[in-house]
Write a protein that binds this ligand. Sequence first.
Ligand code: ATR
Length: 273
Amino acid sequence: MITQKTTLNMVIGFPLDHTQSPLLHNTVYQHLKIDAVLMAFAHPEIAPLISAIKTLNVGLIAVTMPFKEAVIPYLDVCTEEAKNLSAVNTIIQKNDALHGYNTDITGIEYALRNVALHQKNVLIIGAGGASRALGYVLKKHQAQLFWLNRTKEKALSLISTFGGQAIDREALHEIHFDVIVNTTPLGMHPNIDQSPIPHEIFKQDQTVFDMIYNPLETKFLKQAKIAGATTVSGIDMFIAQGIQQIALWQNKNIHTTDIEQLAKKAFALKRST
Ligand code: ATR
């Protein structure tokens, strides 16, 4: 029940028609008996949103496109990781100060927690903001990176930061990839018939991870499954990054594994109604 003591949290971005953060956060708040509500605030400019956050004493702010970099100058404190990535997806307001974090890294680590990465060949499809967070994690694990992107210059820019080499579509069949990750929007609702690479590239001994979570199983993952590969849906990353946001705000450990099934049930329920 919403009372006079209920904390207001926000997801900010523009547009926000497809954000699932309210569903995830409000499901977890209810489960953990946290007296808060998270609501979506879509606005094309960041400055008025920051003013609203400070005026209303908002506790947690989930930050999405296009503000992940734009919020950084407004922060009082920011983690080194988020600064290095030039991307903040979480702000916590405490003692009148704004603290910035990047929990996409935690989300990626969680999605790939059962996958061997050290010295493994990893194909990264795309070279946007999500690929940067992935490159950061994979560099830490000393994986061998192969970058496939529509705009090669963007891949080369990420290579200068995270290492690895660019690869052309025509050369994909020449390398054996242990892990393949899609970071592009290809296959996302409503364009569910798209897939970023041909199905021949998938093999039985691979792990294939799609950062898209709508639909839960993309064409890319369906093709990988048919080839016998192990698949990981973007929903695992999305849930883990959101739970880490709540853990940072509440300043306590919350185990994703304890809440993953509950959150997935909430997503399934929403889809069926
Ligand atoms: P984000 O920053 O959130 O990761 P993005 O910048 O919208 O998302 O896109 C991520 C990647 O998907 C980009 O590298 C983009 O390719 P470009 O660098 O050429 O822009 C890639 N991408 C987006 N739409 C695509 C499409 N229709 N075909 C191929 N790649 C696409």
